[in-house]
Write a protein that binds this ligand. Structure first.
Ligand SMILES: *Cc1c(COP(=O)(O)O)cnc(C)c1O
Length: 372
């Protein structure tokens, strides 16, 4: 069921994406580059983006779910694909079958993966996850030696790597981050002394890739930044990035209302003069968050129109009173450039009191993606 006329569209600029990956490739000149494309490539579409990342120089891909990994394999991706989240031991057969590189931090998963690998006559690469303070997944440094005594010798596994993920790097909390980094390196050394070696050590996501060359180790794992947004504004000067996604639609209707007209669910927006209001066919059902109600802005004819009232599932009303010559069918830009002005995903995130990742990754599958 496709309609040839689909007004709400996310344009994905593959050339901008390629430019960003190449910049990270240069940052990673002494280490491997894993392009993290979890959550459907932060809303940009994992398969086309994954393929482009490899063309642009990424050595590996990172996702969170087994399903995302399988989908990349089924679409012909051959480089190593890492599962950055823990997985259930029930998923071990799928992991092995599709040659996905799991993060391991329980002996139950290690044993299941090894068993499945041996059944298929394989030895599969895995990475040991160390919890240095995020407290999401991983074994603690204190548990690491006894963990390795139990699992390192499992004959279906090749312990290719060891890694951690920082809790407070984006916030620029270097004291905490350096403590976590030192703890990680100490754990790696302690393990090595006991004969447990891991060729690929890695710790850093976008922020570390951009700001802390000294923490790159053997691989960096940028995600969000590949889509054109430094995680923090302080990093603007350190690397040039181009936004990859432009979200646009067309005005579905334009109507005039007298003063004192309540508009939208709950009537919490009331016109204060003769106003012209337009309906845009995008709503929180598309991932355009309801918290943008009465706060966000969109571009029409290169000028800013404020959101009027509560965003519904499928529609948003904007105030175009002060923009001349607005007609039904006109293009409206929700994220991106139009004329002399641009709305960035960072600006939208600010209105939502959130971060760029949420703005981009929330965009639902029903918003058609067009790749240039
Ligand atoms: C999401 C994630 C990344 C990428 O993080 P960004 O901040 O988007 O660069 C890297 N590593 C792990 C383990 C992750 O979960």
């Amino acid at each position: 069921m496709t309609s040839s006329f689909s007004p709400t569209v996310a344009e994905i600029d593959l050339e901008a994406f390629r430019y960003n990956v190449e910049n990270f490739s240069q940052l990673a000149s002494n280490s491997l580059l894993m392009a993290v494309i979890k959550t459907d490539a932060y809303g940009h579409g994992a398969v086309p983006i994954g393929k482009e990342a490899i063309k642009a120089g990424a050595d590996r891909l990172g996702v969170t779910s087994v399903e995302e990994g399988i989908s990349l394999r089924e679409n012909g991706v051959e480089v190593p694909i890492h599962l950055l989240s823990a997985v259930f031991s029930e998923q071990a057969a799928d992991v092995v079958k599709h040659d996905l590189t799991a993060s391991v931090s329980t002996s139950k998963l290690a044993e299941s993966l090894s068993k499945e690998a041996l059944t298929l006559g394989k030895k599969i690469p895995v990475h040991l996850k160390i919890d240095t303070g995020l407290h999401r997944f991983g074994i603690t440094p204190a548990e690491s030696i006894s963990f390795c005594r139990d699992t390192y010798g499992l004959s279906g596994l090749e312990w290719e790597g060891i890694y951690t993920h920082f809790s407070s790097a984006d916030e620029g909390n270097w004291e905490t981050t350096e403590r976590q980094f030192d703890l990680f390196l100490k754990t790696v050394m302690d393990l090595k002394r006991d004969g447990f070696e891991f060729p690929i050590r890695h710790a850093g996501a976008s922020t570390i890739a951009i700001e802390r060359n000294d923490m790159h180790l053997d691989m960096i794992r940028p995600g969000a930044a590949l889509f054109g947004y430094q995680p923090e504004a302080r990093q603007k000067e350190l690397v040039t990035l181009k936004p990859v996604l432009r979200l646009k639609s067309r005005l579905l209707s334009v109507r005039e209302f007298p003063p004192n007209t309540p508009v939208g669910y709950g009537g919490n927006y009331v016109t204060d003069r003769n106003q012209r209001l337009a309906v845009v066919p995008i709503g929180h059902g598309d991932g355009y968050q309801r918290s943008l109600s009465n706060k966000g802005e969109m571009l029409v004819n290169g000028k800013r129109a404020k959101i009027a009232g509560t965003i519904s599932l499928d529609q948003t009303i904007i105030d175009v009173t002060d923009i001349p010559d607005v007609r039904e069918g006109d293009e409206v830009v929700i994220i991106g450039r139009q004329g002399d002005d641009a709305i960035t995903a960072r600006e939208v995130a600010g209105w939502m009191d959130s971060i760029v990742d949420e703005v981009l990754a929330s965009l639902m599958g029903r918003v058609r993606r067009i790749y240039h």
